[in-house]
Design a protein around this ligand. Structure first.
Ligand code: NAP
Ligand code: SF4
Length: 675
């Protein structure tokens, strides 16, 4: 008897059956743009072998003007059909099903030729769109339908028509972006004409036995978005027009409410999809922040949807469904929703991967094969760098021993998991623990090792991490000064007025920790919705609460300082930095930059500004917390090298600057593939 009966139940679509209720949602990985179709095929085939019922590709443009970027992948020619056929053949060989997403970006297209219902520039693009005339609209429909026909020729099992997230079809639906007065604008009947026409004509062109998923925005989260009555009306018309499945879209890309970041509660929007259940007779998929089989099962068992979409979790672990079906849910590498190696890469023009699983999108390059000769491997440091080395080395058949002076594994992950909004790190540390046990890795915790303890190993890996940087501020040894480790690990008492020195990732984390004092809106959905101003779209158009964000009362008064004069948090994650900045601003944190730290005394922190050390100012506070960055802890590596013992130095022990778990895990995994 499985623990996930709803998630693993097949879904009969009439002309075909999906083997379970898990859809791999669309992601822009950048793989298609590499034009290495073998690599693209292997990425999807790996996930098909992992048991997912149906996958949706990244968005493929139906024409130049609708493509997300100049040079982005399109489906317009026989050559495209031939390339995509490599993917579909490999997926089918692996027993999977795959649909191609047709993505017309409209005014979100990053190029001067972008088109839209009206010439209203988007706040997230520098390019004002050209308003389409009747002929132009007709061309867009024809191109989308043509892309679907070509996808069918390429062997896809279906297409997903992207109608949400503020893209082209969504732009016609709402007065926020559609100011037209012809038959494509004005009344809601007119505004929804285009999406319906696209689905109707696509169905006509592809025949009956081809999956058409329509991705429908159920809560726009932007001013003047759809009401829920309009959502239901559209869904019914989309069903009539011939869609097989309706998938949920949450929020436009320009919305200023987080929808998928790690601080968003798990399955935070499943209740929105549930409102559509029973209103249409075709299956409905829900999405966003579903990342474990338990959450997926709960969402389905409580009638929120017929299927769940998980995208990033399939980067973290291609075998998600098979492991769940085999009762090995605790071995699924968890997506922690950090966006660091997926969306942050996409938006920086880099190939997607995954912080937890560097093999994602690198399947052909990083192959975990059994080592020709098993070795004895010693790894010092049980943080992310050491643990990822250990797991990959053990998978390759090496005998691995991990040492750490702490009596628990996880290193700095154990501090991250204390931060409100970073609860997912608990699951990551748990996963490492399960995997180490499963793979027979020997753990020697609670004792610092010296160079003399490491003889008899074939490979020695030093992953001893980092130590806090000494900012050398007069008065920093006083009792009213703490380090981030004192706060996050040792939970030392902190006063009500706090100055945080250093506005890097840790300075932001510590500030969030101090503002919440043990409570986290991430595990309190009603509170999280209130904080961000999310309401029921059936009550308030677009799901925006009329009173706006209502942050809870902060537990402390926090001043966050840095020496540089640029804006705080500029170097945080590309897709998540704005959330951290907004959170701190909402809770009244003062951002002070361009400072010199003069001294700390009983009154608080004394600073001055600029090179001339002008404008002396007191930040009156009870506690000063030092988050001034970190330096490599290389003492063991140096001692070994002095004895002539060769060792591999990785993670923070190698380079502390800009260290994060992504680099540490990537470096550890890659190292373990070399010996
Ligand atoms: P960091 O990001 O390098 O920030 C260090 C901070 O300390 C900076 O604000 C820096 O600003 C300040 N600083 C540097 N030298 C100083 C000195 N001598 N005296 C006073 N202030 C000094 O390091 P971190 O915050 O320790 O984070 C470590 C790593 O973990 C980073 O790579 C970070 O990205 C990662 N991390 C990421 C997240 C995340 O949300 N993604 C969260 C936590 C940690 P000024 O030089 O301007 O003063
Ligand atoms: Fe999930 Fe982070 Fe991996 Fe992206 S990088 S798939 S958010 S764990």
């Amino acid at each position: 008897m499985t623990a996930y009966p709803h998630m693993l139940a097949p879904l009969d679509l009439g002309f075909t059956t999906l083997k379970n209720r898990v859809l791999m949602g669309s992601m822009h990985t950048g793989l298609e743009e590499t034009k290495d179709w073998n690599r693209v095929a292997e990425f999807y085939a790996d996930r098909a072998r992992g048991g997912v019922a149906l996958m949706v590709t990244g968005g493929i443009g139906p024409n130049m003007e609708g493509s997300v970027l100049p040079g982005a992948s399109m489906m317009t020619s026989d050559k495209d059909v031939a390339n995509h056929s490599i993917v579909t053949a490999r997926v089918h060989e692996a027993g999977g099903k795959i649909a191609m997403q047709i993505l017309h970006a409209g005014r979100y297209a990053y190029g001067p030729k972008c088109v839209a219902p009206s010439p209203v520039k988007s706040p997230i693009s520098p390019f004002p769109p050209t308003e389409l005339d009747e002929e132009g609209i007709e061309k867009q429909i024809t191109d989308i339908v043509n892309a679907a026909v070509l996808a069918q020729q390429a062997g896809y099992d279906g297409v997903e028509i992207m109608g949400s997230e503020g893209y082209f079809l969504n732009q016609f639906l709402v007065t926020h972006t559609n100011k037209r007065t012809d038959r494509w604008g004005g009344s809601y009947e007119n505004r929804m004409r285009l999406p319906i026409e696209v689905v109707r004509r696509t169905r006509e062109a592809v025949g009956t036995d081809f999956i058409i998923i329509y991705r429908l925005s159920m809560i726009d989260l932007v001013p003047n978005g759809s009401t829920f009555d309009e959502v239901v009306q559209l869904a019914k018309e989309i069903e009539k027009a011939g869609a097989t499945i309706i998938n949920t879209g949450i929020g436009w890309h320009e919305a200023r409410i987080p929808t998928i970041a790690t601080s968003v509660p798990r399955a935070a929007f499943a209740w929105v999809t549930k409102k559509l259940m029973g209103q249409v007779s075709i299956p409905v998929i829900t999405s966003n922040r579903i990342n474990t089989p338990e959450v997926a099962e709960e969402v389905l068992a409580t009638g929120c949807a017929d299927m769940v979409s998980m995208a990033r979790p399939m980067l973290a672990d291609a075998d998600f469904v098979n492991k769940a079906a085999a009762g090995q849910g605790d071995r699924i590498a968890p997506c922690i929703a950090c966006n660091q190696a997926c969306l942050d890469h996409t938006f920086s023009g880099k190939l997607t991967s995954c912080l937890v699983n560097p093999r994602a999108c690198h399947e052909t390059e990083l192959v975990v094969a059994k080592a020709a000769a098993p070795k004895k491997v010693a790894i010092v440091g049980a943080g992310p760098a050491g643990l990822s080395t250990a797991i990959t080395a053990a998978q390759r058949g090496h005998a691995v021993t991990v040492f750490d002076k702490s009596d628990e594994i996880g290193g700095q992950l154990n501090m991250a998991k204390q931060v409100p909004g970073k609860e997912e790190f608990w699951g990551l540390v748990d996963w490492y623990r399960v995997m180490l046990a499963d793979l027979g890795v020997t753990l020697k915790l609670g004792k610092a090792v010296g160079a003399g303890d490491l003889s008899g190993f074939d490979e020695v890996v030093i992953a001893t991490g980092v130590s806090p940087r000494d900012p050398a501020i007069p008065g920093q040894d006083r009792a009213n000064v703490l380090s981030y480790i004192d706060v996050l690990r040792h939970k030392k008492p902190v006063g009500k007025r706090v100055a945080v020195i250093g506005a890097g990732g840790i300075g932001f984390d510590v500030s969030e920790f101090l503002l919440e004092e043990g409570h986290s809106p991430t595990i309190d959905l009603p509170q999280w919705m209130k904080e961000w101003g999310v309401s029921d779209p059936a009550e308030h158009r677009s799901g925006l609460a009329p009173e706006g964000p209502q942050p809870g009362k902060p537990e402390r008064e926090v001043t966050l300082l840095q020496r540089k004069a640029k804006a705080h948090g500029k170097d945080l994650g590309k897709t998540t930095g704005w959330i951290h900045r907004a959170t701190l601003k909402m809770k009244g944190v003062s951002f002070v930059g361009g400072v010199n730290y003069e001294k700390i005394d009983d009154e608080g922190l004394h600073i001055s500004f600029g090179e001339a050390r002008e404008n002396p100012t007191l930040i009156a506070c009870d506690t000063v917390v030092l988050c001034a960055g970190q330096i490599s802890d290389r003492s063991l590596a140096d001692a070994l090298e002095a004895k002539g013992v060769h060792c591999h130095v990785i993670g923070g022990a190698d380079v502390a600057a800009e260290l994060d778990a992504k680099r540490a895990i990537n470096q550890g995994t890659r190292l373990a593939l070399t010996f």
